[in-house]
Design a protein around this ligand. Structure first.
Ligand SMILES: NC(=O)c1ccc[n+]([C@@H]2O[C@H](COP(=O)([O-])OP(=O)(O)OC[C@H]3O[C@@H](n4cnc5c(N)ncnc54)[C@H](OP(=O)(O)O)[C@@H]3O)[C@@H](O)[C@H]2O)c1
Length: 262
């Protein structure tokens, strides 16, 4: 029997880690990637035991230049057929650009933009040839905003993901390949610490969702072939809110919400 294969980047924690069992429950063979190999191996072992699927682990830092090529080669050594690609790995950073560490900025751009773009590029020819394939790109509610003063690079990177994914979805119409963009709002994951997002007023005042709920919404949207998935009712309203007011007001509000609490 043909088993579909799903690749998930950033499967060692948060939303990616919660997506993995959803695919396993549907009988997908999994290729799990991130830097923390022990975490990935533990997840893979659990999925094999609980769902009887195959699960492979690829340890890789995809914030490095050329990493997308290396990862795609490693995936090719496991299977020539990727049915689902989930570009979930992403990082954020808080602070004004003038004081941000240039190395952190560079790694964020490589991971959030270059790796996602190039992995998608590598996956498409095979999917188009087979007339079948699904891509889930993880953007953010930030992607709808005119900008995020205090998290400028991160917000802009997520706008890129949304714009890029919408455009290639249109390019792929009729090909049998769908592209779905998942745009979560504030969510309880390690992102709260790594991006220092947990200290912002945004996280303090909003009610962050659980990673499991977000993963579930993304998985369902992907299976339906939805264009954009925004989990949560309040987040859906926030996603359309920039359409109803001037960008200057949204920028002021974001400046306020992205300030760090003491
Ligand atoms: N949490 C939120 O509020 C929120 C809101 C909107 C959108 N998002 C987006 O959701 C996605 C998942 O984030 P999350 O919230 O689940 O955060 P998370 O718990 O920090 O997960 C991030 C994942 O990305 C992986 N990763 C980070 N740097 C990497 C690198 N250089 N190479 C390979 N893998 C790397 C991490 O694994 P390793 O550390 O093991 O490498 C981890 O598995 C991200 O794209 C994020 O921007 C999050």
């Amino acid at each position: 029997m043909y088993r579909k294969t799903a690749v998930i980047t950033g499967a060692s924690s948060g939303i990616g880690m919660e997506l993995a069992p959803l695919f396993a429950a549907y009988g997908y063979e999994l290729i799990l990637t991130a830097r923390r190999a022990e975490r990935l191996q533990k997840l893979a072992d659990d999925l094999v035991r609980m769902y009887g699927v195959k699960a492979h682990v690829i340890q890789i830092d995809i914030a490095q230049p050329q990493a997308a090529e290396a990862l795609w080669k490693a995936i090719g050594a496991i299977t020539p057929d990727v049915d689902v690609l989930v570009n979930n790995a992403g990082v954020g950073d808080s602070g004004d650009l003038a004081t941000e560490d240039p190395e952190i900025i560079e790694r964020m751009l490589h991971l959030n933009i270059s790796a996602l773009t190039l992995l998608t590029r590598h996956a498409l020819p095979g999917m188009i040839a087979r007339k079948r394939g699904k891509i889930l790109n993880v953007s953010s509610l930030a992607g709808f905003q005119p900008g995020g003063p205090g998290m400028a690079v991160y917000y802009a990177s997520k706008s890129y993901v949304l714009s890029f994914s919408r455009a290639i979805r249109r390019e792929l119409r009729g090909s049998g390949v769908t592209v779905t963009t998942l745009c979560p709002g504030a969510t309880h994951t390690e992102f709260e610490q790594t991006a220092k997002a947990g200290k912002t007023l945004l996280f303090h005042w909003s009610k962050p969702m659980e990673a499991r709920e977000v993963a579930h919404a993304g998985f369902q949207g992907l299976q339906r072939g939805s264009a954009v998935v925004v989990p949560g009712l309040l987040n859906k309203l926030l996603a359309i809110s920039p359409r109803f007011g001037p960008a200057a007001i949204a920028l002021e509000l974001n400046r306020f919400l992205l300030a760090q609490r003491r």
